[in-house]
Each structure stands twice: as structure tokens, then as C-alpha cells.
Write a protein that binds this ligand. Structure first.
Ligand code: 4FV
Length: 246
């Protein structure tokens, strides 16, 4: 899979993709990331990429021409590339969206700055607008990094065999169960005995109950849209009856 990132601050992307899982995935050619400086597509001698908003108002707006040339260059070899503009006005990004995007071969991510980009860039060159959350960043770069991380870990071979995206939070729409590792006893707080029982069926049941408990307490909205089994309903009744700690 190819990620093209259009940005005015290419330096921001120097380190995030050198480390750990994504760094290895790039080395193993499971994905590649091209960081494209939009300023390189501003052809005037001062390489101007922004200007004051028509109609007045504070701040600056990114000009359409450098963005147009940069997107045309990025998709010149592959017209089927899917272009995304990261903006608070976009559809909320979630695990389902990450899964959908992971089936594409080429994503072009436009990172806005200042008050945003000229409307014509969105109308003429953007297939989809996505927001990573209802808050305002100084630029779309961090949002692009979040999206690249969430999408690329779903690509075949990126997560090692030990890890799987299968029992991720949100994969089956429930929050994940509590995790423990050594030491067994930390300042008097011990790991739930069941996890040392070796009884995998009982452990799976405990984990499912914990996931249901945590989701019911923290994200009832997710519980409402989760596909629950008959057993899940039983466990939920127990939970709601028992008033267990979450
Ligand atoms: C954002 C978000 C975001 C808005 C003004 C960049 C900033 C500046 N992008 N999800 N939330 N973008 O805050 O994606 O141009």
C-alpha cells in the first residue's frame, strides 16, 4: 500500500515511521510513504502557498494551485489513488473506516494548515474528508499520522503473527479486557487467579465478561451497536445484577 502525504512541514514525518512496527513494515516493503512538500509545487519565485481569505477575516488560507499540482503529480502514475483531506469538518475516523481504507492500494492525504485550504481544492481534488476528532489541531499532519498508523497495522504482514488485529478494541465493537503480565503481585495487587488457571475456556469467558463490563460502563453507545451472543446477554444481566467494579 502507498501513502502519499501532502504537507507544508515534511520534517514532521521524519521520525514517526522509522520506529517499531511501521518502520519494519516499510523496510519489508509492505507499505511505502512518500512525503510531498506542497511548497515544491508553488511555481512563483517566493513559492507562496497561502494568502488572505476573500471576504476578510483572520488567518490565511492555503492556495489551490500548489495543492492541485501536488495532487496531480502524486496520482500521475495511478489515477485510481484515493484522495483524503484531514479536517474537523470530515466524517469521524474509526476502526471501521480504518478497515475500509486498508483495502485500498494508494491513499493521498492532504494536510491542511492555517484556516484550511481553498474550497475549490476540496471540490476538485478530494474524494473524502475525514476528522480524527472534534478538536482543532494546528495542522492536519498529526491526523495523517494517526490515520497511517491505524490503517497500516491492518495490512497483511504488518502486525507480527503473535499480534492480531482480530481482538482489537472496536474490532468486535467492544472495548478490550484488562491485560496483566509479571509480576503476579504488585504492591499487594495480584493478577486475577483465573488467568493462571490454564483453563482457556474459563479465561476466554472471564475476558468476554470484562470486555462487556468495561464497555457497558464506559461506552454504552458501542454496546448498543455490538453484535452480542445469547451468552453475552446472560453475562450482561449478571454484570448489571452484580454491580461488579469496572
Ligand atoms: C483536524 C482534525 C484538524 C484544522 C485547522 C488543521 C486543523 C488546521 N484534521 N481531524 N481534528 N485540522 O484539527 O483532522 O488547518
Amino acid at each position: 500500500m502507498r501513502f502519499d502525504v501532502l504537507t507544508l512541514f515534511p520534517g514532521m514525518f521524519s521520525s514517526p515511521f522509522q520506529e517499531s512496527i511501521l518502520g519494519r513494515a516499510i523496510q519489508k516493503d509492505l507499505m511505502d510513504i512518500r512525503i510531498i512538500n506542497v511548497r515544491d509545487f508553488a511555481l512563483d519565485k517566493h513559492q507562496v502557498v497561502d494568502d488572505t481569505p476573500y471576504g476578510g477575516g483572520q488567518g490565511m488560507v492555503m492556495k489551490v494551485e500548489p495543492i492541485a499540482r501536488a495532487i496531480e503529480w502524486a496520482r500521475s502514475e495511478d489515477p485510481s489513488a484515493w484522495t483524503i483531506y484531514l479536517t474537523p469538518q470530515g466524517t469521524p475516523f474509526d476502526q471501521e473506516k480504518a478497515r475500509t481504507l486498508s483495502s485500498r492500494s494508494h491513499l493521498i492525504l492532504l494536510c491542511g494548515r492555517y484556516e484550511g485550504v481553498d474550497e475549490r481544492a476540496r471540490e476538485m481534488f478530494i474524494n473524502e474528508e475525514i476528522s480524527i476528532g472534534d478538536y482543532v489541531l494546528t495542522g492536519g499532519e498529526l491526523a495523517a499520522m494517526v490515520m497511517i498508523d491505524a490503517v497500516s497495522r491492518l495490512l497483511p504482514g504488518v502486525l507480527g503473527s503473535a499480534q492480531s488485529a482480530e481482538d482489537d478494541s472496536f474490532t468486535n465493537a467492544l472495548l478490550e479486557y484488562p491485560q496483566y503480565t509479571r509480576p503476579f503481585d504488585f504492591e499487594g495487587r495480584c493478577v486475577p487467579e483465573i488467568l493462571l488457571s490454564g483453563n482457556h475456556a474459563a479465561i476466554a469467558l472471564w475476558r468476554r465478561k470484562e470486555a462487556l463490563k468495561r464497555t457497558a460502563a464506559r461506552r454504552p453507545d458501542l454496546l448498543a451497536k455490538a453484535r452480542l451472543t445469547r451468552k453475552d446477554e446472560e453475562l450482561l444481566e449478571e454484570i448489571l445484577r452484580g454491580g461488579d467494579r469496572v
